[in-house]
Write a protein that binds this ligand. Structure first.
Ligand SMILES: Cc1cc2nc3c(=O)[nH]c(=O)nc-3n(C[C@H](O)[C@H](O)[C@H](O)COP(=O)(O)OP(=O)(O)OC[C@H]3O[C@@H](n4cnc5c(N)ncnc54)[C@H](O)[C@@H]3O)c2cc1C
Length: 372
């Protein structure tokens, strides 16, 4: 989010410095790796205008950088018939092309998938996956191309807000800025300790599983779709063969609370592998579900309602916050950067940001799948 924001600011001709605590391209946060699902389909309609704008912004960044940043191969969101109908209505009301399939129809269209008719699927044909590493790199290279500055291996130690400027103390020096945009992911609560919306870092386990038969069915080039399974099982998602040749990527959409500095040394719970194996065994017989080919750690930063924080600091209005992306924010990176830029420049964003307020009251914690 920081790289996308720096890019958007630099493109506007603003003097911008992007500070990163680790080396660029590191894998200690939330945005590394080859793939993230990108989609229109959402349960909550507040995300539809953001999705539309995000596609446009990624296209613009791809044009400027000359790199392909996402691939369209569709998304099947498998759930119960009632929840599928609700999600289909959200797309219908926003005029987004989609279709609804029964479990049997899913198997006819995508023979590598086995679902009975107690499952329905929402098909979002414009969905697919973004090339995550390439997106971050493109934003960083365009930041530099538009005259911005990037300092990596320079952690921010302390933020000292004032009425007309913000002092930022790093491990190397002190900077003074008119505005500060904080997009520190799982580390935000360490930099801004007084936020009322709780930002909880979670350790997430990803697993990669070998395709043992019918490999052509798992190729995005053959429109093998990305998958989300919710409501009838633990929240789960699949990206077809993208990250590693001959393997698919699986994720369980919840983790365990963690100190982000301990990510590399904390064990991922065994249930991540067990949930994945059980789902693959039941629904994807072409996958070798005995044990994963590879396991990877990642970080989520969860809010209690799984909506993000895109807002000015409640007291220090020259500090802008972009965080709490709750395991689903990558796809919006390019538009989040633009929104945070507009907040910093005191311009209207064109979006209703009230669901993303840093002072919102979260009365009822919805079930984990409500916001995916
Ligand atoms: C396993 C997994 C799968 C996901 N799948 C999807 C998906 O399919 N689709 C989707 O849209 N989203 C997905 N997400 C969510 C998405 O990747 C995240 O929401 C997004 O990457 C969050 O970006 P961020 O910039 O907030 O955090 P980060 O990428 O962690 O960036 C924060 C940066 O701030 C730096 N930083 C922190 N503190 C300091 C400091 N004091 N000084 C300087 N720098 C600092 C960190 O080092 C880090 O580089 C997934 C996430 C994970 C973990």
């Amino acid at each position: 989010m920081g790289s996308c924001t720096a890019y958007q600011l630099a493109k506007r001709g603003k003097k911008v410095l992007l500070l990163e605590q680790f080396e660029l391209g590191h894998s200690k946060g939330s945005s590394h790796g080859a793939s993230r699902i990108i989609r229109y389909a959402h349960t909550d309609p507040i995300y539809l205008p953001l999705a539309k704008a995000a596609y446009e912004e990624w296209d613009e960044l791809a044009r400027l950088s000359g790199d392909k940043l996402y691939h369209v191969c569709g998304l099947l969101w498998l759930s119960n018939p009632e929840a599928t109908a609700v999600r289909a209505k959200v797309l219908h009301d926003y005029g987004v092309p989609h279709s609804v399939l029964t479990g049997t129809e899913v198997g006819k269209k995508f023979p590598h998938l086995r679902f009975d008719d107690s499952w329905h699927a929402l098909y979002d044909p414009q969905a697919g996956y973004s090339h995550a590493d390439r997106c971050v790199k493109a934003a960083q290279s365009q930041t530099l191309a538009f005259g911005g500055t990037i300092h990596d291996n320079e952690p921010v130690i302390h933020i000292n807000p004032g009425p007309d400027h913000v002092d930022v103390l790093t491990a190397k020096t002190r900077y003074t800025a008119k505005k500060l945009i904080v997009t520190a992911g799982a580390w935000i609560p360490r930099l801004l300790t007084d936020l009322s919306v709780k930002l909880q870092p979670e350790l997430i386990g990803l697993t990669f599983w070998k395709v043992k038969s019918n490999p052509q069915r798992f190729l995005p080039a053959n429109n093998s779709p990305t998958l989300i399974l919710t409501d009838k099982c633990d929240d789960f998602y699949v990206i077809p063969e993208v990250d590693y040749i001959g393997a698919i990527k699986c994720g369980v959409h919840f983790g365990i609370p963690i100190n982000p500095n301990n990510k590399e040394t904390t064990e991922v719970p065994q249930w991540v592998e067990d949930i994945s194996a059980d789902i693959l065994k039941e629904h994807m017989p072409d996958i070798d579900s005995v044990e994963p080919m590879k396991k990877v750690r990642c970080l989520y930063t969860m809010t209690e309602d799984q909506n993000y924080v895109l807002d000015k600091h409640p007291i220090h209005r020259n500090i802008i916050i972009g965080g709490g992306f709750s395991g689903s924010g990558f796809k919006f990176g390019a538009i989040v950067g633009k929104i945070l830029t507009k907040l910093a420049l005191d311009e209207p964003t064109g979006f209703d940001l009230s669901p993303f307020s840093v002072t919102r009251k979260i009365e009822k914690v919805p079930s984990a799948n409500a916001r995916l």
